[in-house]
Ligand binder design. Structure first.
Ligand SMILES: *[C@@H]1O[C@H](CO)[C@@H](O)[C@H](O)[C@H]1NC(C)=O
Ligand SMILES: *[C@@H]1O[C@H](CO)[C@@H](O)[C@H](O)[C@H]1NC(C)=O
Ligand SMILES: *[C@@H]1O[C@H](CO)[C@@H](O)[C@H](O)[C@H]1NC(C)=O
Ligand SMILES: *[C@@H]1O[C@H](CO)[C@@H](O)[C@H](O)[C@H]1NC(C)=O
Ligand SMILES: *[C@@H]1O[C@H](CO)[C@@H](O)[C@H](O)[C@H]1NC(C)=O
Ligand SMILES: *[C@@H]1O[C@H](CO)[C@@H](O)[C@H](O)[C@H]1NC(C)=O
Ligand SMILES: *[C@@H]1O[C@H](CO)[C@@H](O)[C@H](O)[C@H]1NC(C)=O
Ligand SMILES: *[C@@H]1O[C@H](CO)[C@@H](O)[C@H](O)[C@H]1NC(C)=O
Ligand SMILES: *[C@@H]1O[C@H](CO)[C@@H](O)[C@H](O)[C@H]1NC(C)=O
Ligand SMILES: *[C@@H]1O[C@H](CO)[C@@H](O)[C@H](O)[C@H]1NC(C)=O
Length: 592
């Protein structure tokens, strides 16, 4: 530990020096350079010391803080005994797909002891994004905020006194690499022990009388705070509230929103929501709560997860004047409607250059999201279903469970024209069979799911010509479970035209499409037992991963990738890999 920390601190010193010299102050675009040393660290929570995986000794990891138009250079040094990549979640990576950091999709993982430099520009985006490890469950502790400030320093809302990332995550006692192996084997019975806010479990968690630390936000009366609420959790969507305060939602996923007043923020894994909170309550202490929601029974239940923090006013009486600290009134953890209303009520703040919804559609996809099962090798003859040990539970899109490569990167194969035997380009544009997708009787103990559960694994992608207008309707199903599905598309923001509950019905539902001011999102929360319709133009060539951001869903195969072909000119084509890009080696890791 001591040795590692010394080595690591040396690297932070280098990183800080690089940052200080690299940032050119002023109106000009700058090169922002940082070094991430990924290493193991022992931490103690709830009477147990566990090994976790972190960047630069920090949990959450270091914030990347840039201005629109800057060039970002991050040197990642891997001191883990395991390969990993870092994904810049939500960064559009215009013509820089090579730097997207999606393991086995755009690059092979950085080997133990290896390093890799990510270099990309941040253009046309302002607000909050984040970064995280993109191989296995390591992203639970290897993550941080990615903040993009407007170059002219002007916001379309009153400038906040201070801005504060609120990173909602989970505390896992189980080793994350072991968790990964278990999920790949169809096991989703493991749970985190607690939710966290900025790495703190909060004072509702204790063990043998030792109370866990809470995240504390210090405020001054009358000032406004920009809370950048990011969900980095592997498992759950969260409700976030602060007693005695309301929020104005002003942005999400690096795009401005029409200001929306609410007393609750709901944030699914992968989403980043910017909210203003004015400290306008009488000076005192107020609790904040992050509470995970989950579908009610008959869905599989996990223990209630929460983290409690504190908003502390300057000048408040010591010990809150002996009075109890106000608690926010939270929704029932089984009520998922606040999430539906929150997401359906958001609209984009018109920026004419960005809000040009394609009015015609070249290609339409209807994609069902659910679970299924495959037979274990050797058990193909009997292959009893219903979570029998003869099958492995998998997750699907249009009844295909994505087979993740463990040996090569799809982008490399596409670019080299060597995709044969690695992937096919026939991801289905609609489910092979129609059924009542949201029938509650498809959740075990059923009985209707038995006939619909069998599925198969394959690496099936979809290929689009440059400048194609694509519409996708995502349909959450109740096949084996009724979770929502936060769907994340790399390299793009998509217009969210509408969302609804039940089965999508084109005759009725296209009338609800908002072409005027839809939100632009990289992560679309497809409601539990409902649907969401999105549209985007294929203006960014490359290999772009599309997946649910619930970790067990992605590992189990709720994923695919979109190939976007080059356009007619160099400006519309993916350049060759940069010289510092490292190709895959024969061991499934990038070459040193
Ligand atoms: C964590 O603790 C274990 C057991 O005490 C020890 O073997 C290991 O070296 C420690 N790891 C670090 C990174 O400090
Ligand atoms: C970033 O932008 C600069 C200036 O426009 C350009 O020269 C450079 O090639 C871009 N880099 C990448 C990685 O796209
Ligand atoms: C501590 O955590 C480990 C997993 O990292 C687990 O195997 C062990 O049972 C835990 N011990 C206690 C006392 O909870
Ligand atoms: C510790 O947690 C238990 C519930 O898990 C609770 O009943 C108890 O009051 C807590 N103790 C302290 C000191 O917070
Ligand atoms: C917006 O939220 C309110 C409840 O807070 C709800 O009544 C309304 O239906 C929501 N709007 C949409 C479009 O879902
Ligand atoms: C087939 O499944 C049974 C459990 O039903 C298990 O005991 C057996 O080992 C499996 N056979 C193989 C070859 O995996
Ligand atoms: C589909 O299932 C839902 C929930 O079980 C039910 O309310 C609905 O009526 C069904 N729809 C059709 C068309 O059967
Ligand atoms: C899913 O695909 C499998 C083949 O992999 C097929 O047997 C099954 O009928 C399909 N199920 C549905 C619901 O389309
Ligand atoms: C994209 O297609 C539209 C017509 O659908 C055309 O007007 C436009 O010029 C095209 N843009 C590019 C960059 O090819
Ligand atoms: C990939 O996984 C297969 C088993 O599915 C295994 O046999 C193979 O060794 C793995 N390859 C690498 C490079 O890890």
């Amino acid at each position: 530990m001591q040795k590692l920390s010394t080595a690591a601190s040396l690297f932070y010193a280098v990183a800080v020096a690089a940052l200080a010299t690299a940032v050119i102050v002023g109106g000009e675009a700058a090169v922002v350079e940082q070094t991430f040393v990924v290493h193991e660290m022992n931490v103690t929570h709830l009477c147990n010391t566990t090994k976790i995986y972190v960047v630069n000794g920090q949990l959450p990891g270091p914030t990347v803080d840039v201005m629109e138009g800057d060039t970002v250079v991050v040197h990642v040094i891997n001191r883990l005994p395991h390969g990993l990549t870092i994904h810049w979640h939500g960064v559009r990576q215009m013509r820089s797909c090579w730097a997207d950091g999606a393991g086995f999709v755009t690059e092979c993982p950085i080997p133990p002891g290896g390093q890799h430099t990510y270099r990309f520009n941040v253009t046309g985006q302002v607000g909050t994004l984040w970064w995280h490890a993109h191989v296995t469950c390591l992203r639970s502790t290897i993550n941080g905020a990615f903040i993009i400030r407007p170059r002219d320093r002007k916001y379309p809302f009153p400038t906040p006194a201070k801005d504060v990332p609120i990173i909602i995550g989970e505390w896992w006692e189980l080793d994350l690499l072991e968790l990964d192996r278990r999920m790949l084997d169809g096991n989703f019975d493991d749970n985190p022990l607690s939710a966290t806010i900025n790495g703190k479990l909060g004072d509702l968690s204790n063990c043998s009388g030792t109370v866990e630390e809470s995240f504390i936000l210090d405020v001054k009366r009358g000032e406004s705070y920009l809370l950048r609420v990011i969900n980095t959790a592997l498992f759950s969507e969260y409700y976030f509230k602060v007693a005695g305060h309301t929020f104005t939602v002003v942005g999400a996923d690096g795009n401005y929103l029409t200001p929306y007043k609410t007393d609750i923020v709901t944030v699914a894994p992968g989403e980043a929501i910017d909210v203003l909170m004015v400290a306008d309550a009488p000076p005192a202490n107020y609790h904040m709560i992050a509470l995970a929601n989950q579908p009610p029974e008959p869905d599989l239940q996990i223990p209630e997860l929460n983290s409690r923090g504190l908003v502390r006013y300057a000048g408040a009486a010591a010990n809150n004047g002996g009075l109890p600290v106000a608690m926010p009134v939270m929704p029932n953890q089984h009520n998922t409607m606040p999430s539906y209303y929150f997401h359906a009520n958001l609209t984009g703040l018109a920026r004419p250059e960005r809000h040009r919804v394609p009015m015609h559609v070249d290609e339409r996809l209807f994609i069902t999201l659910g679970l299924g099962s495959i037979c274990r090798a050797g058990n193909t003859t009997t292959c009893k279903r219903g979570r029998s040990p003869e099958t492995i539970v998998v997750a699907t899109m249009n009844n295909v469970s994505f087979h993740h490569s463990n040996a090569t990167a799809l982008l490399e194969r596409y670019y080299d024209g060597t995709s044969e035997g690695v992937y096919t380009e026939d991801f289905p544009v609609r489910p092979p069979r129609t059924y009542n997708f949201t029938n509650r009787d498809l959740i075990p103990p059923g009985p209707l799911e038995a006939a619909l559960e069998p599925t198969s694994k394959a690496t099936r992608l979809r290929r689009f010509k440059y400048n194609t207008s694509v519409e996708i309707v995502f349909q959450s199903t109740t096949l084996l479970q009724s979770d929502s599905n936060p769907m994340h598309l790399h390299g793009y923001d998509v217009f969210v035209l509408a969302q609804g509950l039940g089965n999508f019905n084109p005759k009725r539902d296209v009338n609800k499409f908002n072409y005027h001011n839809p939100q632009l999102r990289n992560t679309v929360q497809v409601p539990r037992g409902g649907w969401a319709a999105v549209r985007f133009l294929t203006d960014n060539p490359g290999m772009w991963y599309l997946h649910c951001h619930f970790e067990f869903h992605i590992i189990m195969g709720m994923a695919t990738a979109f190939i976007v072909e080059d356009g007619p000119t160099p400006e519309t084509s993916l350049p060759p890999p940069p010289s510092e890009f490292k190709r895959c080696g024969t061991n499934g890791l990038s070459q040193p």
